[in-house]
Design a binder for this molecule. Structure first.
Ligand code: SF4
Length: 680
């Protein structure tokens, strides 16, 4: 028997744990943790331990599919690429390049995101490219970019255990980023204080020194209230504020409008608890903020992120080890997909498409003319498709039918397209609507890199050959580009793409396969071949020069409960499943842990609505309704219900609102109004 162990990266969350895939006679047999990996330290969470189980699943797509008379039929690559190429060329000729849009994938490698981004811009001629970061951390990019000049985690995962106060807001860390949670608990063991802010009593709340169960959507008010107390109690780092920030006077005036009594009324948090939390954070020597989608997925997402940045700036907790503002990126490579320019307004490395010098640089490199008009965001693409402005949508590795808000509206938009191409490893709900489906290779069948939530770039390595006729996404895109006459896609390997990317992306310029394969840990910015990478950002100066304090007013969520829809729905994820479940729901050991969705309802509300434990109920919003089992629990406060979004049969996003944050265009997935009806 031939046995091999291939070191690669877990395909699930952004923690980026290293794993060994065990290969027996050419088949994946298991996952083994890597003892020398400083993130996982030789442990894996339940998803990571089972990461091998979907790879060879019988449902894997193994051949291209073309839809004919409403049914898929297998097709050759030649036939499928011809069908796509001809239709894209015709749509571009008849309606212009901006009638075509691309959704890239945070599950794919950096090289694959680079290739699709280049295909959209250099071959089709549009900046209509985006990915799921629009639904999770678009507000992080806008918010942190405007405050600090960089939209990524300021510090690294390993530093968390050195903090003496950890402020976790809107992050169910133990379920979604277990290796970050383990660092938080290590810090607690070292004597750190833990503050947890979340509308749900999440597992981490049980370890908190202060747990603040806020009303969903009141984060700005809470953060302003904490800063009001910090100002009043003289806990401001005055030297840091005067030397390294700007905007203090306007900011201070605004904060004075948020005394504890007002904040208590809005957030539901007693003023004594506010004071405890403010003192704990304000007095700490090294305080770190950790947040996730509970902060970002709001119509005020950008304001929420800027408020987190304000708190860190006010107390001088940026630019030092074990401090900072640390957004946890959900999918394995959402950071990398952003870095590689799978965004409508920037080339790789956040170089603006409307900056003439950047445009000229990429035009020269790619020997073509590029558009300087920022493209549509993912959320705008669906509206444009609904209106008939977008005629073709090319989706790689995403399942927006379950992940988009107001999902039925999203489905109607997809059904209006002249061409929908889906490139994936399984026939997802979205792929079922496609005109052409292309079979992609899984993470175990290709080379490349993923960038973890803390900016570390890591090698993905091929353990087995692609199943059936499937191919790595970068190879599919390169072939299609060449088919329709695109130049510069004659890549022989993923490494070729990384080398091209490094020449054009200053923050990645020093990163190479050779360095990564020799065991170096490289977090960007890594601008030269001799640069050691950057553990934490903004040490002496912010990327934008000075840190900017923003004066921010609290705004209510776009949709609040009323007589007809008296409950507030908040959505999220579970430990055992990943995103829309395409992979984890095909893993029996995970599916048997939680095999369908449920709605969490407080006992008081259960009584009020006459609902019994385990009863099947209808949850309804202004956009649709779903049938779902009820789980009665005081994890949620009265008036609030929670539904995980992984499950197609009771899809939470049928209910959610597609109201957007005005700057980041992220939808308000965390708050909408619903009602609930039992069967009895
Ligand atoms: Fe994979 Fe994240 Fe679990 Fe690590 S913590 S094993 S990266 S899912």
């Amino acid at each position: 028997m031939n046995c091999d162990f291939v070191l690669t990266i877990c395909p699930f969350c952004g923690c980026g744990c290293n794993v060994y895939l065990q290969v027996l006679d050419g088949e994946i047999a298991g996952v083994i943790p890597c003892k020398t990996d400083e993130i996982s330290e030789g442990r894996l969470c339940v998803k990571g331990r089972n990461a091998h189980r979907f790879i060879q699943h019988q449902d894997r797509l193994k051949t291209p599919l073309i839809k004919q008379n409403g049914q898929f039929r297998p097709a050759s690559w030649q036939e499928a690429l011809e069908a796509i190429g001809q239709k894209l060329t015709q749509i571009k000729r008849d309606f212009g390049p901006d009638a075509i849009a691309f959704i890239s994938s945070a599950k794919c490698t950096n090289e694959e995101n680079f290739a699709l981004m280049k295909f959209a811009r250099a071959v089709i001629g549009t900046n209509n490219i985006d990915h799921c970061a629009r639904l999770c951390h678009a507000s992080t990019m806008v918010g942190l970019m405007s405050a600090f000049g960089s939209g990524a985690m300021t510090n690294s995962t390993t530093e968390i255990e050195g903090a003496d106060c950890i402020f976790v807001i809107g992050s169910n860390t133990s379920e979604q980023h277990p290796m970050v949670a383990s660092r938080i608990l290590k810090a607690k063991d070292n004597g750190a204080k833990l503050i947890v802010v979340d509308p749900r009593r999440i597992p981490l709340a049980h370890f908190a020194d202060v747990y603040l169960q806020i009303e969903p959507g009141t984060d700005v008010c809470l953060l302003n209230g904490l800063m009001n107390i910090i100002l009043a109690q003289g806990l401001v780092d005055e030297q840091f504020v005067s030397q390294r920030t700007e905007g203090f006077e306007d900011f201070k005036k605004k904060i004075e409008e948020y005394p504890p009594q007002r904040v208590q009324q809005v957030t539901g948090i007693p003023s004594e608890e506010l004071e405890r939390a403010a003192r704990m954070y304000g007095e700490a020597e090294r305080a770190t903020i950790i947040y996730c989608m509970g902060v970002t997925q709001h119509t005020t997402g950008t304001d929420n992120v800027r408020s987190c940045a304000n708190l860190a700036l006010l107390t001088g907790n940026v630019g030092r080890e074990s401090t900072g503002v640390n957004p946890l990126r959900g999918q394995n490579n959402v950071q990398g997909a952003c870095d590689m320019g799978a965004l409508p307004n920037v080339f790789p490395g956040y170089q603006a498409v409307d900056d003439p010098s950047m445009k000229a640089k990429f035009e020269k490199a790619w020997d073509t003319t590029l558009s300087s008009s920022p493209g549509l965001t993912l959320t705008e693409m669906f509206e444009a498709a609904y209106r008939g402005q977008i005629k073709a949508l090319y989706i790689v590795g995403e399942n927006p039918l379950l992940s988009e808000p107001n999902a039925r509206h999203a489905q109607e938009a997809l059904e209006k397209l002249d061409l929908l191409v889906v490139q994936d490893i399984f026939l997802s709900e979205t792929a079922q609507l496609a005109h052409v489906v292309l079979p992609a290779a899984s993470f175990a069948e290709k080379e490349g890199t993923f960038t973890a939530t803390d900016r570390r770039v890591q090698r993905v390595r091929k353990a087995i050959d692609p199943l059936g006729d499937s191919k790595p996404d970068w190879a599919i895109i390169s072939q299609l580009a060449q088919y329709i006459g695109g130049k510069g896609f004659d890549y022989a390997s993923a490494e070729d793409i990384m080398e091209e990317s490094a020449t054009l992306t200053p923050i990645y310029s020093g990163i190479s396969y050779q360095r990564l394969d020799s065991g170096e840990v490289l977090a960007w910015p890594c601008p030269t071949k001799g640069h050691p990478g950057t553990k934490f950002l903004h040490q002496e100066t912010f990327t934008r020069g000075k840190g900017r304090l923003f004066a921010i007013d609290f705004r209510e969520p776009a949709e609040l409960p009323d007589e007809e829809f008296p409950l507030m729905l908040t959505t999220g994820r579970l430990m055992f499943h990943y995103h829309t479940g395409t992979m984890t729901r095909r893993i029996p050991s995970l599916e048997s842990e939680v095999s369908t969705g449920f709605v969490e309802l407080n006992p008081e509300d259960a009584q009020r609505f006459g609902v019994k434990p385990g009863e099947r109920v209808t949850v309804k919003s202004r956009r649709g309704d779903i049938e779902i089992d009820v789980f009665i629990t005081d994890r949620v406060a009265p008036g609030v219900v929670f539904i995980p979004f992984h499950f197609a049969e009771c899809a939470a996003n049928v209910l959610t609102s597609d109201e957007l944050d005005p700057e980041a265009k992220i939808p308000e997935l965390k708050v909408c109004a619903v009602n609930i009806q039992g069967k009895g």
